[in-house]
Design a protein around this ligand. Structure first.
Ligand SMILES: [Zn+2]
Length: 386
């Protein structure tokens, strides 16, 4: 077989096939071609020695904001992905049906990194999110545009994978769960899952969960009090367990205000891992406290979540939430995206959204990225071609 790229001697961790072993992996025609010992290339093959490092499926960040230039909260997807090991960014509701065309033409279609999107049910997405101007797009119900959202979702099925809505006092004022009910109507009509953001009540965590359907995603799931998933004694709320039992998915969406170590410790102590770990990176949290995806993953590793579960939460589990099983896997035939990681030992300072600091003994670092079967990373010299 003629490979375009062979990564030699890495520790391949692929939870989609319960794989954790040292091996070579070869890519051809944009896809994963083979995993095996001593893969050999020909004159045209890019061969790189990644021994001593982890090779995982390309990381998926299920919650990002990358409509750079079109929305005030957007960050540059390519720059972010190069440094944080992410090969697929999911933009969650930066754009609504009123401005999705620009997002598609100017960002999604021109980016080397994969971008998929939850389309906001609010007409212009998250349009006023900055340090100085902050207006919740779910506050004014006349902005809710379910019919337009269905139309735009149907015209962009290849990149729109769900409907986004933000509920809570910050995003929706006193509108409670009404924006979620409207988003669910659009999602039912389009046959897509919903990703729902939660912040301060109203509505309550329970009111949100009772509405979500199997396959829908609650993001900011490990937020601090109020609207935390654990009670004051650190017990997982009954409604949370019931929702997981029905197939509702729990996503982290760290961001600026949505992840607390205290909540996470309570959840993990109860054996309740998040389904997906995501950064919710945007203009107001990329310089902390979220920073990026590998930092968010590192926090969970330091809180005691096993490495393979952490990787599952940003690969196969995210792909399942997207209903895109061809992503998040290194099974031969899958999309040829991979991330090269290392886990450094030392003393590392981490901070959450309420300002609690935690010294962790591990840090996950992105060492390189493969997109569509080709090496894609500025630090290429470290793994120079052999
Ligand atoms: Zn967000």
């Amino acid at each position: 077989m003629a490979f375009d790229l062979i990564l030699k001697g890495g520790r391949i961790i692929d939870p989609s096939q319960s794989l954790d072993r040292i091996s070579d992996i070869g890519f051809a025609a944009g896809k994963v071609a083979r995993i095996g010992a001593d893969l050999a290339g020909d004159a045209g093959t890019d061969v790189r020695d990644v021994s001593g490092h982890i090779v995982s499926p390309g990381l998926i960040d299920l919650h990002t904001h990358v409509y750079w230039g079109g929305t005030s909260l957007g960050i540059d997807a390519e720059e972010f992905c190069r440094t944080s090991g992410v090969t697929t960014c999911i933009d969650t509701g930066s754009a609504g049906p009123g401005n999705f065309a620009g997002f598609r033409k100017h960002v999604i279609d021109t980016s080397a990194v994969r971008i998929l999107a939850y389309l906001h049910v609010s007409f212009a997405g998250i349009y006023a999110f900055s340090k100085t101007v902050m207006v919740g797009e779910s506050e004014e119900l006349r902005l809710m545009a379910p019919a337009e959202a269905v139309q735009v979702a149907e015209a962009n099925r290849d990149v729109i994978i769900g409907i986004k809505v933000r509920v809570g006092r910050n995003a929706g004022g006193t509108s409670g769960a009404a924006p979620l009910d409207i988003a669910l109507q659009a999602a039912n009509e389009a046959g897509l899952p919903v990703m729902c953001h939660i912040d301060f009540p109203p509505p309550s965590y329970e009111e949100v969960l009772q509405r979500l359907r199997p396959g829908d995603v609650l993001t900011h799931a490990f937020r601090p009090f109020p609207n935390a998933p654990v009670d004051h004694q650190g017990k997982v709320k009954e409604a949370v367990r019931a929702a997981r039992g029905r197939g509702v998915l729990f996503d982290i969406g760290h961001g600026k205000g949505s992840f607390a170590f205290k909540t996470a410790r309570g959840m993990l102590a109860n054996g309740f891992y998040p389904d997906t770990i995501s950064s919710d990176v945007h203009a107001l949290c990329i310089n902390g406290p979220a920073f990026d995806q590998v930092t968010t993953l590192s926090k969970f590793l330091c809180l005691g979540m096993p490495l393979n579960d952490v990787i599952a939460a940003t690969t196969v589990n995210a792909a399942m939430a997207l209903k895109r099983p061809e992503l998040g896997s290194l099974k031969p035939g899958s999309i040829g995206d991979a991330t090269i990681l290392s886990v450094r030992q030392g003393e590392f300072d981490y901070v959450d959204v309420v300002g609690e600091h935690m010294v962790g003994d591990k840090r996950i670092v992105s060492e390189g990225v493969v997109i569509a079967g080709r090496w894609w990373h500025p630090r290429a010299s470290k793994f120079s071609k052999t």
